[in-house]
Design a binder for this molecule. Structure first.
Ligand code: SAH
Ligand code: SF4
Length: 391
């Protein structure tokens, strides 16, 4: 594991005033900013498209790079605005290649973003809030007081910053001004599984997903964006209508008595209501399934009877089941299930026709795994983990 403290070399101040960053803004907001510096109404659409391409396709970090934008406009833009990303406080690289960035937002609050490279994909796990208002008993983030929601710009900024750091902009490939072929992209998937409950920051997360999915920009399709929720039931149909990304549900228990304890929001919206909302999620099919996350807690929710109840519970929902070995954190009141037990549990799930991937803990040496603040999203069949170091 290596840790590097990074100081952002770009300055964000002009004569003591902070310049607002355009990186992470939507088309409408960008148009407003351009209008505010005198770009005529009739040019706005064209200018927004130009900037959009520079910011979101090429990842420009300086207005100077925007060669098809008139020089005086570039100068005005540079005087008033920046293209800064959130500031990186530190970057940690795990022995398994996972990277975790600690980011400092403009008001001094910190959040984390994690990149998990795999053979056939690269997953970026982003945060939606500073801390979390909920307090699931097995989650480290839940022990932090919520400080605030992230803005859409701060959410998109995490993707841009990750692309900067891992060289995932088309400019990184010589002679390819049109863009990296999509197969060459390092970040192929985005999961909202970092800090926070994304459905409690609905509008900003929705707007950020729209910017990320824009085909003329970052171009991360909604099929490759997954929102994970602890079960904010009334927001699930709204999310389906307004955002329509893939959905993951932090289920973790098959009985209300236990789920009330592990995921206390269950007292408000119990399992039955949650699953009804899942059944009604738009566009579900065998090709578009809901992922159910199930953290394996020793002696708590990991019995064979629980496994059988789980498959029964999900019987009529197009579902995937992700078994997540519990990631410990200092003072945590649980232990991870024994590996043998996870396998037995997975076997029941398997036999019921689910692929039962066990999420392989990644980046544990840098506390980047699920719920240590962050969530790894890698999946591995239980059988492939046989003989591997258990969590
Ligand atoms: N708030 C959202 C998204 C962030 S948590 C949610 O709860 O779904 C992302 C995932 O990590 C959730 O499934 C969560 O239950 C899981 N998680 C939290 N703490 C964990 C831990 N210590 N070990 C393993 N998984 C954990
Ligand atoms: Fe919040 Fe999700 Fe952690 Fe629960 S598991 S405390 S909802 S971040």
């Amino acid at each position: 594991m290596t840790t590097t403290a990074l100081v952002d070399p770009r300055t964000a101040t002009v004569e003591g005033a902070t310049r607002e960053s355009l990186a992470g803004l939507g088309r409408e907001a960008l148009g407003e900013r351009l209008a505010s510096i005198g770009v005529p109404e009739r040019q706005l659409r064209m200018r927004v498209s130009q900037l959009w391409g520079w910011i979101y396709v090429r990842g420009a970090t300086s207005f100077d790079h925007m060669t098809d934008v008139a020089k005086d406009l570039r100068q005005t833009l540079a005087a008033r605005f920046s293209l800064d990303r959130p500031e990186i406080v530190s970057e940690q690289v795990s022995v398994d290649g996972t990277r975790k960035w600690l980011l400092r937002l403009a008001d001094g609050k910190d959040v984390e973003t994690v990149y998990i490279p795999e053979e056939d994909r690269g997953t970026l796990c982003i945060s939606s809030q500073v801390g979390c208002t909920l307090n699931c008993t097995f989650c480290h983030t839940g022990t932090q007081r919520l400080v605030r929601n992230l803005t859409a710009r701060e959410i998109v900024g995490q993707i841009m910053l990750a692309r900067d750091r891992i060289g995932d902009w088309p400019g990184a490939v010589p002679d390819d001004p049109a863009g990296l072929p999509s197969g060459a992209r390092k970040i192929t998937n985005v999961v909202l599984m970092g800090m926070g409950e994304p459905l409690y920051n609905f509008d900003n997360v929705r707007d950020a997903c729209a910017i990320a999915a824009d085909g003329a920009g970052l171009s991360i399709s909604k099929r490759r964006i997954t929102l994970s929720t602890s079960g904010i039931v009334p927001e699930i149909p709204r999310w389906g209508d307004e955002a329509g990304t893939m959905l993951a549900i932090s289920l973790h228990a098959v009985r209300d008595t236990l789920r009330d304890e592990l995921v206390p929001i269950n007292k408000k919206w119990p399992i039955r209501a949650l699953l009804d909302a899942c059944r009604a999620y738009p566009g579900l099919s065998n090709a578009k399934r809901i992922t159910f996350e199930y953290v394996m807690l020793k002696g708590v929710n990991d019995s064979i009877a629980d496994a059988k109840a789980l498959v029964k519970l999900l019987a009529k929902i197009p579902a995937k089941i992700n078994l997540i070995p519990f990631n410990p954190w200092p003072g945590a009141p649980y232990e991870c299930s024994d590996w043998e037990q996870i396998e037995k549990f997975a076997e029941v799930v398997n036999r019921a026709g689910y692929a039962s991937p066990v999420r392989s803990p990644r980046g544990r040496d840098i506390m980047a795994a699920c719920g240590q603040l962050k969530s790894a999203s890698l999946k591995q069949r239980a059988s492939e983990r046989l003989g591997g170091a258990p969590a």
